[in-house]
Design a protein around this ligand. Structure first.
Ligand code: ZN
Length: 59
């Protein structure tokens, strides 16, 4: 897994008009309440990456 995949996930897994995840429905025909676990995963990964980058820049 890399940063690009996280961005793709965040770009595809967006909230649909009915509050369900549009990405899960488009990719897997699955109705998942937004945010789905993939969005949770990508955002937490991204937060860690940003934190690591920030800490690295301070030192
Ligand atoms: Zn999703």
């Amino acid at each position: 897994m890399n940063d690009e995949q996280e961005q793709v996930i965040l770009a595809v897994h967006v909230r649909g008009l009915d509050g369900m995840c549009a990405g899960c429905r488009a990719w897997w025909s699955r109705l998942t309440p937004y945010p789905c676990w993939q969005v949770d995963w990508a955002t937490s990964r991204q937060a860690r990456t940003i934190t690591a980058w920030f800490l690295g820049g301070v030192r």
